[in-house]
Structure formats: C-alpha cells, structure tokens
Write a protein that binds this ligand. Structure first.
Ligand code: PEP
Ligand code: MG
Length: 747
C-alpha cells in the first residue's frame, strides 16, 4: 500500500474477507493473509507471530522469510523486536532493524537481509494475541498512513484469531479459549469448588470485523452513538439528586459520548473497511492499553469510563445485551473484573465460587463472599479475557489457584481434594453438638462471626454457641443509601429471632478505613486505617450511633441485648459510648418502649493502647473481645490489606502472644469476660495457642468451627502451654515450629 490510500486499505480488507469466507484450513488462511498483506503493502516480508502460551510467541505464517521457520521460530515475551512489540503493545517502526537495541538475529528465517521493520501489536480489547510484522529490504520508515492501515489489518487478524479462524489441521495453534490455563491470584476466602464459568459481564463477540459498505457502517455507528447519548442523558436525568461523584462520572460519560475525536477515529477506521463493531473495539483496545500504562489514577478512571462506554456501544451494535440468552449453569462460578457487594448478594449462595480479576482481600465484595462462605480468589490476572461462559473451572481458594479448562490430571487431583474436604466436613458434623473440651478438661466456647441475615442459618449448622461478633456495618455497606431506623429495627429483630435465644454480640458501626459507605463523603485521609473510623466517627457524629442503639433496643423488645463498641483506644472513649447507651435507654424508657431484659456493653480490644488502660477500665467494661486483625496490624505496624507486609509477622510471634497473655491476665484480675474474634480464631493452630494462653471464648467464621474444635478435642492445653513457654525461653521468634512439631508427634 505504498500510496496508503483508504481505498487500497479497503481493497485489502475485502480480499481478507474473501479468505475468511473460503473453506481453507486455518494454516492456509494464515498463509494467504500474509501473502496478501505483503503484496498490498509492497514489502518483501509479512509475518504473523501468535502467542503459543502467555510467555512465548511463535512464527505462525510468513511471506518472505524461510518457510521452514514457521512453527519453529519462537521468542519469549520481550525478546527481540517482535517480543518488544508484544510486551509494550507499541508499534516499532524502524528503517534499520539490526541497529535497534534488542534486535535478535534468527538465522533460520534468513531475515538479516531486511532492513526496515514495522511491527504492530495484534490485540483484542487490550489483550495481546500476537504481532504482525512487515519488513523490506530498502531502508525506509513506514508512513503514518501505512502504520494506521496495518493497525486496521491487525485488528481484523485479532478478531479472526478470537473466532478461531486459524485453528485446524496443520495450524499447530492452540487457540485462545480452548487451552487450559492456570491463574494464580490472592486468596480472599478459602475453600475449593468445581463448576462452570458464569461471566458477570459476558464478552461481546464480533463476528463481522470487515464490512463491505462503509457508508452503511458509518450510519450504524451514528445511530448507535445517538442511542448511547440518549441513554446517558436519561441516566443523568434519573440521577438528579445523586451524589456529586456519581454525577461527575455520568458527566464524563456524556463528554466521551459527545467526543469528536473518538467519533472521528472510529469513522476513519470504518472508511478503511472495518465494521462499526470492529472500529469501536479498536478504539477500546487502545484505551485499555493506555489504562494499563497510565500512572495517574484520575486518567485511569477516565479511560475506564471510556472502556465502559465502548462496552455499551458494542452491546447496542451487536444486540448482545447483558442478557445474551445463555442460561446460568447449575454450578456457576462467577467471573468478574470486579463486583459490588450488592450485586454479589443478589447472586447469593447459589454461586460455587467467585474469581475477580481485580478486587482485594479487604474489599466489600470479599467481606460478602466470606459471609456467604463462597471460595474467592482476587487479582486473578486475565481471567475475564481467558474465560468464556460455560467453561469448566476449578477454584482452589486455599492456594489461590484457578484452573480454567483443566486437563484430566488436574481434574482428578482436584476432585480428590474436594472429596477429602467433604470427608472432613462429615467428621466435623459428628462433633457439632459436643463442647470443645480439651484432653485436660478445659472448655473453650465456640461462637461465630456474622454480618448478614444469610449467615444466621449457620448458627445451627455449625454448632456455634452464639454470635460472638455481628458486624453491623455490612448492612450499611451493601445499600446505596442510609438505612432507616425502622429497617434496622426489623433487621436486628430478625437476627435475634433467628438466634433463638443464643447470645448475639452486635458491634456498632465500624466504618471508615477501607469500609467506606457509598452514600457518605469519603474522607481523604493519608492513613485511613489510623484515621477517622469506627467509634471515632460514632462519637463525633452521634446521630447515626444513637439511631443504631435505639434500633437495637427496640429490636430486643424486652429480650437480652449485647452491644460492643469497635476500635476503642482509650478508656474515655468507652465511657463516652457507654454514656450514649445510658442516654438512649433513658429516652426509650420515657417513650414507653420496653427495655432489654439484660444489657451487656463491651468493647473490642483492637489497639495495643487499650491493653495498658487503667485497671478501672477493665473493672467497668462489661466484656472485651480481642479484634486480632486490627490489633496485629497495629502491633506490628503492618497494614492488614497490604500483600507485601500482611503475612510478614506471625500471629504466633512470641511478642504478640505476650501481649495477648497480658490482656488475659488483666481480664482475670477484674473477672472481665474475654473472647477473641479476629480471623486467627478460626485457624486451628492459632486457636489452639490462644486457648493455651488462656482465651476461653473464640469467635470465627462458621466453617472454621469444625476444624478448630476437632483440634482442641485432641489436645492438652497444659502441654501446649509448656511448648510455648519453652519456645519463648529458647528465644524462638515464633512458637509455630515448636507447636507444629508437638502436633506432628500427636498424630
Ligand atoms: C478485627 O479487627 O479483628 C475484627 C474482628 O474486626 P474487623 O475485621 O471487622 O476490623
Ligand atoms: Mg477490627
């Protein structure tokens, strides 16, 4: 295409379409395509490299290089100029390829004879599929127009690759979406599950990347964009009164929907022969590429807006709405880039597992997945591009592994693991009604953590003696507006009804830090975990706390009530909160509401400072519950959400255990009931050590009660205490190795 005209490029696409429509096998198609491109571009060489696996590119077809190199020449991502194009997603256009840094000489291809090199990434929606290269003997820089034309062709090749056009006999290509893939993420919730993929937002499939009639395509694009604009305007109309941030997002949508540059680029793509859908995808691909490279979070968000708009536009053009007609499989494993807690709750317990491409362990969706006891893996890179609806998938939440389209050996190993778990569950069911009494006669109370109505059935199922921690903020987090008092009364009453007289410890709102209510203005704090959160918000803005206390008292309606305040750092905060309770009780009495039969008011011990509070605090507080998640992060100064440091310090570190022992002693002096409700309570070895140093009440996820109780029943706490004492005496950093050894000898 030396003159680079649009009509030349259209002619090429037309010929490509003919190749596509023919009945050739995959490899023949690819060979014909490279021939056509070299011919049209006036270059001696045209080659297509596609990914063999996520790290290796393979020469799959060539016009001009030695035919014997096809399917033999391979390079790693980043290696040579081709690898550089694939890794960076950027075009390389050079008149003197051998002089370029990183040039790799491949004798089998005979390519040293070619001087100029133009490499274009083959991408679909920002996902790198391969590289398209043209080379010529004369030292020339390809014009911007030629680059652009080749980008359009690369786009078509990407679509064809996605559609499996190059698969088949002789192609030796393992197509995307057919090979098995192992993805390593981060564990958000343990457990193992097997099922079939259900995409939260299914991919749009474009079956017609090349169009015959540019004018008609242009019209289709304009009609679709118009529909999109009307839709965005309608959203804006409906969102009047919504918060500023939401409006800002919609305004940004509107700006993009009206953006001339965006339209112009898509019109140019169409003029060169792409269909309207392919033109949208091409722009979307570029935006995704920029998202991946953008450092600035504001820019990244705006590019994500554009990505979202492109999705909407594609759905309008293809008629593939959210409802693609596919039926949810009976064993769905949900795959999403990210998901809000509300959406996840709507899917509910029907899901076998959840895999998120983004997300974080501390996200609200993760909290909900945990509450629903659904295995969750977050940060599973590329899962939304790799997975298709209906694919077989196995999720190992313990190891944070996702096996997509697994092969036979993986399937059988995985099934063994699930069977072993099921066996263990049966064993746990047989000890459900037994108290957790150790061999030396010490009984540890087993309670469960909850936060949603959906958790309550587990009270019976797990054999928990009560709810040791009810995280009330979950109800606030999963809504998009502040719940009304009457709603809270009804909810808390249902919780107490479901508990059938078992004790429920309601923790007042613990918001702030990572738990930001969607309808509250987020505070821009440099260290939110150390910032304005939990009781600090409650005492500064007592309106919500009072409403919550009133709702709890009314829900109790004469029954016993237990309330706990989170994140108390000093005595005075507890006193102030306690005074709010007394005021609320007096008010409710005046209003003639029945008062709780009994009232227990306690605090969470989540900051090291509270362990050293005056003895009077321990005398006054009704009970204490150690929030080990927070206590540990503050004790070791290691952010519980930061993957780099989260696991660096062991809970069984002797210093941390000494702190817990100190708390136990102080509570014993004042007869203050003490429990432990952080995640460590649900880890058998940690739970055993906590019990050994004097904790007699643990609150954990319902699924952990069986494993913890099972270990306690087989252990002698006095022995474990001695193991801990000896380890400390020896100067061990953590008592874990010594306790593990003790347990090995037990079995
Ligand atoms: C804790 O900090 O240990 C705790 C139980 O509270 P949360 O995890 O909700 O902060
Ligand atoms: Mg906490």
């Amino acid at each position: 295409m030396p003159d680079g005209t649009e009509s030349e490029s259209r002619k090429l696409l037309k010929r490509l379409r003919e190749v596509m429509a023919g009945s050739d096998a995959g490899q023949t198609r690819l060979d014909k395509i490279t021939h056509l491109i070299a011919d049209s571009m006036g270059t001696e060489v045209c080659s297509v490299y596609l990914f063999r696996d996520s790290e290796t590119l393979e020469l799959c077809a060539t016009e001009g290089l030695d035919a014997g190199a096809v399917h033999h020449t391979r390079m790693r991502l980043g290696e040579g100029l081709v690898g550089r194009v694939a890794r960076t997603g950027r075009v390389v256009n050079t008149p003197d390829a051998p002089a370029e840094p990183g040039f790799r000489y491949m004798p089998e291809t005979g390519e040293e004879r070619y001087s100029s090199f133009l490499g274009i990434p083959v991408q679909r929606l920002g996902e790198s599929l391969g590289v398209l290269v043209v080379q010529s003997r004369d030292a020339r820089v390809f014009s911007a127009d030629e680059v652009y034309a080749l980008e359009v062709v690369a786009m078509v090749i990407a679509e064809m690759t996605e559609l499996g056009a190059f698969v088949g006999e002789g192609a030796a290509l393992s197509p995307l979406h057919q090979r098995s893939v192992l993805i390593r993420g981060i564990s958000g919730q343990e457990g193992a599950a097997e099922g079939h993929v259900w995409l939260h937002e299914p991919r749009v499939v474009v079956t017609n990347p090349i169009a015959e009639d540019p004018q008609r395509e242009g019209e289709r694009l304009h009609e679709a964009v118009e529909q999109l604009r009307v839709g965005v305007d309608k959203m804006l109309e409906l969102s009047r009164g919504a918060d500023k941030e939401q409006l800002e997002v919609l305004e940004a949508y509107r700006m993009f929907a009206n953006s001339k540059g965006w339209m112009r680029r898509m019109e140019e793509d169409i003029a060169r022969g792409l269909s309207a859908e392919a033109a949208v995808e091409k722009e979307q691909s570029l935006a995704r590429n920029r998202i991946a490279q953008a450092q600035d979070s504001y820019l990244r968000e705006r590019l994500s807006d554009l990505d979202d708009l492109s999705n909407r536009l594609l759905r309008i053009l293809t008629g593939q709405g959210n409802n693609t007609g596919a039926d949810m499989p009976p064993d769905p494993i949900l795959i999403a880039r990210n998901i809000g807690p509300g959406d996840l709750l709507e899917y509910g317990r029907g899901l076998r597992a959840v895999v998120l491409e983004e997300g974080s362990v501390g996200s609200h969706a993760a909290i909900v997945a945990r509450a629903l006891a659904i295995p969750l893996v977050v940060r599973a890179a590329r899962i939304t591009t790799e997975a298709l609806n209906g694919d077989q998938i196995m999720v190992d939440g313990d190891q944070a592994l996702v096996h997509l389209r697994p092969d036979e050996t993986v399937v059988s190993a995985f099934r063994d693991k699930i069977a072993m778990r099921a066996e263990a569950q049966q064993r746990y069911a047989s000890i459900r009604e037994k108290p957790a009494t150790t061999l030396d006669g010490q009984t540890v109370e087993m309670h469960m953590n909850a936060g949603l109505m959906a958790d309550l059935p587990s009270l019976d199922g797990s054999g928990a003696e009560g709810v040791g921690l009810f995280r009330t903020e979950l109800q606030f987090l999963v809504r998009n507006k502040m719940p009304r008092r009457s709603e809270l009364v009804a909810l808390y009453a249902r919780v107490l009804d479901a508990a059938k007289g078992k004790r429920v410890v309601f923790r007042t709102l613990d918001i702030g830090s990572d738990k930001v209510l969607p309808y509250m203005k987020p505070n821009d704090e440099p260290n939110p975990a150390l910032g304005w959160r939990a009781i600090r918000v409650g005492l500064d803005k007592p309106g919500v706390m009072r409403m919550q206390l009133q709702a709890l008292i009314r829900a109790a309606n004469g029954r016993p009530l237990t309330v706990m305040f989170p994140f108390v750092a000093q005595f005075e905060e507890y006193r102030a909160a306690r005074a709010e309770v007394d005021k609320t009780i007096a008010r409710e009495k005046r209003l003639g509401h029945p008062l709780p039969g009994t009232l227990e008011i306690g605090a969470m011990l989540e900051t090291p400072s509270l362990a050293f509070a005056p003895q009077k605090f321990f005398d006054e507080v009704g009970f204490l519950s150690i929030g080990g998640n927070d206590l540990k992060q503050f004790f070791f100064a290691a952010d519980r959400e930061n993957e780099r440091v989260r696991r660096r310090y062991d809970t069984l570190n002797v210093s941390f255990l000494s702190l817990i022992e100190r708390i136990v002693e102080r509570c014993e002096c004042s007869d203050t009931p003490l429990s432990f409700c952080g995640e460590d309570a649900g880890r058998p070895i940690e739970a055993l050590c906590l019990a050994a140093i004097g904790i007699r009440s643990l609150s954990m996820r319902p699924a952990s009660i069986g494993p913890v109780k099972s270990l306690l029943l087989r252990s002698n706490l006095a022995d474990v205490r001695k193991v801990i004492f000896d380890a400390r005496h020896r100067g061990d950093q953590s008592v874990r190795p010594a306790v593990m050894e003790y347990l090995r000898d037990l079995s």
